[in-house]
Design a protein around this ligand. Sequence first.
Ligand SMILES: NC(=O)c1ccc[n+]([C@@H]2O[C@H](COP(=O)([O-])OP(=O)(O)OC[C@H]3O[C@@H](n4cnc5c(N)ncnc54)[C@H](OP(=O)(O)O)[C@@H]3O)[C@@H](O)[C@H]2O)c1
Length: 258
Amino acid sequence: MGLRKIKNVIKKFFYTRKFLKKNYLANINNKNILITGANSGIGLALTKKILSLNNKVLATYRESSENLKYIKDKNLTFVKYDQRNINEFEDLEEKIKENPIDLILNCAGVFGGPFEDQQIEKLDFKKFQEVLMVNSFSILKIMQIILDNGLSAKNLKVLVNISSDAGSIELNNQGNAYIYRASKTVLNSITKNMSIDLNARFKTIVFAIDPGNVQSGMNPSGHIESEVCANLIIDLISSNVKSFNGKFINLLGEEIPW
Ligand SMILES: NC(=O)c1ccc[n+]([C@@H]2O[C@H](COP(=O)([O-])OP(=O)(O)OC[C@H]3O[C@@H](n4cnc5c(N)ncnc54)[C@H](OP(=O)(O)O)[C@@H]3O)[C@@H](O)[C@H]2O)c1
């Protein structure tokens, strides 16, 4: 094994250790939960776990629902919502009308292309806009749909945006990935704003989570599995969720600077 590989194994060992937990809290049941980006990665792991806890899940997917199709559960409904085209929302709206949403786990996200294509010289602004639509603005559209259907807004108890520490302005010491970082910074700003606005109007708890280094389509060599990440997110929501309103936290509930 080369030196780099050994270093990586050691890094992974210490990283993973932080997230080992004997018992996860999982006090979520009988809720209607909307999960975006649910056909893969963290969203798929959350969908499976939350269904196993006896909740109804409305899962959205971009194009293919092949992983969702394998889940045979009467409490699962899935609907196409490509967050690049946020105005094509009629199918999603119909489903939201059927079941007022109690909780949103907004997982959908894209990195926006390789690092080298996110250098200033190479920036493709059409791509940039598309990523902003998927990673940042789409949650506002989803909230608009909910508010337009008045009744369900009062139902919404918790809204979690899966962000990234790459969106933290304070923690940025690398100066790369303009598209991804900016999109998550915008998402963070929207999260903070909604935590004040929606909390004042409907007592909705709104916060952002950085899932850390998770194995998924976006990060194939991630340190922890999507299932572990999903358990930790559910653990956070099951604990003292009110204390998280307006915060940006990691999987252990520790605050991250905006
Ligand atoms: N993995 C990490 O280490 C890590 C670290 C920090 C933050 N995050 C964040 O965690 C979230 C989940 O990512 P992941 O790691 O689970 O990666 P992932 O497996 O790639 O999941 C991303 C999800 O977003 C969906 N998506 C992409 N474009 C979309 C669009 N136009 N409309 C609707 N959905 C779309 C994907 O659908 P398809 O499968 O159809 O493409 C997929 O289900 C993302 O917001 C990501 O930024 C991940």
